[in-house]
Design a protein around this ligand. Structure first.
Ligand code: IPM
Ligand code: MN
Length: 371
């Protein structure tokens, strides 16, 4: 192994709203420990986003925040939103007004959402035990900057005195090619099975999607490619989640399927995500990393939120944007060990023997002790 030339990195931290700041504190403590143990440094700058930014500046994504993100190798994101800002016009609501512009501005086209149900946590899943006895590990690769979210025309007008609203689901071949390559590459480091999800029995954009994914599959002859319509995929995911490895799909389908996957995995509080943009010559991506679960305003400020999704998001950041793979693996192993040793926040506690119920801080301590 050659030592890496530069082991100084820079990230922007956007903790946001709700449980965001609490779980972010935990992740930062683990980052401190990773620096000390693996001998790299991460310069951090913290900025406002979401509701917190609306309260301070009137805008969910202030220009200073965007600028700080531009100067970093990656963004570690907490979560945004809450009841306080729910009645604002949609475009300046924390979720839409911050997340979608960040994705578009940085071209974060590849959204990786792991849906992992550890064997020790199958009881936290709403799916029948016999269907998930051994747990499961699915990776959803969602296209994030195209499709119906951003297609134009989009909007609302009147025709013959009646309001009409429209959205456009549109894909360029090059957009499909690049997300397909990310998905095949991910499959290569897993079980080499890729499922492409579309609606090519109805949608023209899906016909192009399927054709293009098949073309790209020739670059990855070892990966076994299959296809499924999205309605069927929604059913199969609940019926036999253990049979999925990597699935790749367009923006809106991925939004819906990844929530389904998160639900059946038993705890949103455990699931990280990565949104990747441009890839440098060194193979590292500019990316934004955030828990899948959201701001959970109902439990914010109580010190009981599960910090694991934020901690695992940090691990993904270290791997995909900073190239600190050993540190990423060490964090993931420490988390797995902590779960195996029975530590549980409320969201994953089932009251079984051998469980120790903990809050956010104590969970972080338990992870640090195994790191
Ligand atoms: C997600 C969210 C966002 C999306 C919303 C908040 C705009 O649901 O990250 O999945 O639809 O992409
Ligand atoms: Mn969603």
């Amino acid at each position: 192994m050659f030592p890496r030339m530069s082991r100084k990195h820079r990230i922007t931290i956007l903790a946001g709203d709700g449980i965001g700041p609490e779980v972010m504190n935990g992740a930062i403590r683990i980052l401190d420990a990773a620096e000390a143990k693996f001998g790299f440094t991460v310069e951090r700058s913290e900025h406002l986003v979401g509701g917190a930014a609306i309260d301070a500046t009137g805008h969910p994504l202030p220009p200073e925040t965007l600028k700080a993100c531009e100067q970093a190798n990656a963004i570690l994101f907490g979560s945004v939103g809450g009841p306080k800002w729910e009645n604002l016009p949609p475009d300046i609501q924390p979720e839409r007004g911050a997340l979608l512009p960040l994705r578009k501005h940085f071209g974060l086209f590849a959204n990786l959402r792991p849906g992992v149900c550890l064997p020790a946590l199958t009881h936290a899943s709403p799916v029948k035990q016999e269907l998930i006895a051994d747990g499961f590990d699915v990776l959803c690769v969602r296209e994030l900057t195209g499709g119906i979210y951003f297609g134009s025309p989009k909007g609302r007008h009147e025709e013959n005195g009646e309001p009409i609203a429209l959205d456009t689901m549109i894909y360029k071949k090059s957009e499909i090619e690049r997300i397909a390559r990310v998905a095949f590459t991910a499959a290569m480091s897993r079980k080499k099975q890729l499922l492409s999800v579309d609606k090519s029995n109805v949608l023209a954009s899906s016909v192009l999607w399927r054709e293009t994914v098949i073309e790209i599959s020739r670059e990855f002859p070892e990966v076994q490619l299959s296809h499924m319509y999205v309605d069927n995929a929604a059913m199969q995911l609940i019926r036999r989640p253990g049979s999925f490895d990597v699935l790749v799909t367009e923006n809106l389908f991925g939004d819906i399927l990844s929530d389904e996957m998160a639900m059946i995995s038993g705890s949103l509080g455990m699931l990280p995500s990565a949104s990747l943009g441009r890839q440098g010559d060194n193979g590292l991506y500019f990316g934004m990393y955030e828990p899948s679960g959201g701001s959970a305003p109902d439990i914010a400020g109580q010190g009981i939120a599960n910090p694991i999704a934020q901690v695992l998001s940090l691990a993904m950041l270290l791997r995909f944007s900073l190239g600190e793979n050993s540190a990423a693996e060490a964090i993931e192993n420490a988390v797995a060990k902590t779960i195996a040793d029975g530590f549980r926040t409320g969201d994953i506690a089932t009251g079984r023997d051998g469980e120790t119920k903990v809050g956010t801080q104590a969970m972080v301590e338990a992870i640090l002790a195994r790191f």
